[in-house]
Design a protein around this ligand. Structure first.
Ligand SMILES: *Cc1c(COP(=O)(O)O)cnc(C)c1O
Length: 401
């Protein structure tokens, strides 16, 4: 039997820098957000093998796309190799090109902004609203007012539904409409969340989903572009399949990409999607449990839930005020790590990343404060209540009280 060599275990890591977590942790390590795979997924993958649809297209891809569109309350979906690929295509469809500006929040994963640079455009970062931690609509509106006067509006806005909480689309959709700027919803962390009685993914011109290993549902790696614009989705599929013209031979008139999700992985995604409601329920229950265990402590504040939103609580996140709690966020994180429990700071704001040094940033104090004091706790849908209690006990022990 052939066996591959040992692989550094990091099933829950969002984006662990190389070299981190290489120690062979025992199996009881508590991860931030590990994959949670059931029997249905195994059966569907077996079906894909048995039918020999081991190709980048096939019946599971078609069905997964229909099911995703239905779940997001939109007309159509294109299943893709990653959320990053979906963002790249969304920006292409919005006509973003070299020299353009694209607005996005600073407090997000780097994958939100990387595709802006693939197109030779420039990211313009905006701070978070302290009441939702998502893109601040007031700053967005002021920025648009100023830019409109100079005839310098951005080509697109990417909002981020952070840790499962939707941005304030009540405000942001109308601002973008008023100035006729394309809006792309990065809902990679928010599948299953609701805002303004609409599902995450349904806002703006199109929504972006991710099925990376740490997300609420996973295909090990994958993503999707969802939209009411069926022509846009058809074009996304075309671009994602090497932009092959309809002809019996291989004919190409445009630059294309190899961005399609395989039929095998779509089978996994279908099984995962069936359980989405339960996963949201479980993650919200994890959050409630943390609130009852830690919420009363001085200096501990959980990510607020906007009144317009029902978050999927992909990750439970909070801030630690060291003066009030008697310990810093980093002391809490290291103590958890000592007990083989993975927790992480919030996303490092993109305007502080060496990669984006010198790019424009509007505001910044909110995102910087959240990065200084913020922590993501283990939040997976397979956490046991004993594990939750263990995290809470260790956390409590670090404080002054
Ligand atoms: C995970 C994530 C992405 C990227 O998705 P991939 O499928 O990993 O490419 C994009 N944006 C945000 C906010 C994410 O959390």
């Amino acid at each position: 039997m052939h066996r591959l060599g040992p692989v550094a275990p990091d099933p829950g890591g969002a984006a662990a820098p190389a070299g981190e977590q290489t120690a062979p942790f025992p199996s009881e390590r508590i991860y931030l957000s590990p994959p949670d795979i059931g029997q249905v997924e195994r059966d569907l993958v077996t079906d894909a093998f048995d039918s020999n649809w081991v190709a980048p297209l096939g019946p599971h891809v078609d069905a997964f796309e229909r099911e995703l569109a239905e779940r997001c309350g939109v007309a159509d979906a294109a299943a893709l190799g990653s959320g990053t690929a979906a963002l790249h295509l969304a920006l292409l469809l919005a006509g973003v090109g070299p020299g353009d500006d694209v607005v996005c929040p600073s407090l997000t994963f780097v994958a939100t902004a990387n595709p802006i640079t693939y197109l030779g455009a420039r990211p313009v970062f905006i701070d978070s609203d302290p009441s939702t931690w998502t893109l601040d609509p007031d700053l967005l509106e002021t920025e648009f007012e100023t830019r409109a006067r100079h005839g310098d509006l951005p080509s697109a806005v990417i909002t981020v539904d952070l840790y499962g909480q939707c941005a304030d689309y009540g405000r942001i959709e109308s601002i973008c409409r008023r100035y006729d700027v394309a809006l792309i919803e990065d809902a990679a962390e928010a599948l299953g969340a609701m805002a303004f009685e609409r599902p995450a993914g349904s806002f703006g011109e199109c929504g972006v989903l991710s099925f990376n290993g740490n997300k609420i549902i996973t295909t090990s790696g994958g993503g999707a572009l969802v939209s009411d614009d069926v022509d846009a989705i058809a074009r996304a599929r075309f671009l994602a399949s090497q932009a092959r013209d309809p002809a019996p031979h291989y004919q190409h008139s445009e630059i294309g990409y190899n961005y399609r999700l395989s039929n095998l992985l779509a089978a996994v995604g279908r099984g995962q999607l069936e359980t989405l409601d339960k996963r949201v329920e479980t993650r919200r229950r994890n959050f409630d449990r943390y609130v009852s265990g830690l919420g009363g402590l001085p200096g501990i504040d959980f990510m607020p839930e906007a009144e317009y939103c029902s978050s999927n609580r992909w990750l439970t996140t909070l801030t630690v005020d060291p003066a009030a709690f008697g310990a810093t966020r980093e002391e809490v994180r290291l103590e958890l790590e000592r007990h083989n429990i993975e927790s992480r700071p919030l996303w490092k704001p993109l305007h502080l990343q060496p990669l984006f040094e010198g790019e424009p940033m509007i505001g910044g104090a909110v995102a910087e404060g959240l990065f200084d004091d913020g922590l993501c706790l283990p939040s997976g849908s397979s956490l046991t209540s004993a594990q939750l209690d263990q995290v809470i006990d260790i956390f409590r022990g670090v404080g002054r009280y």
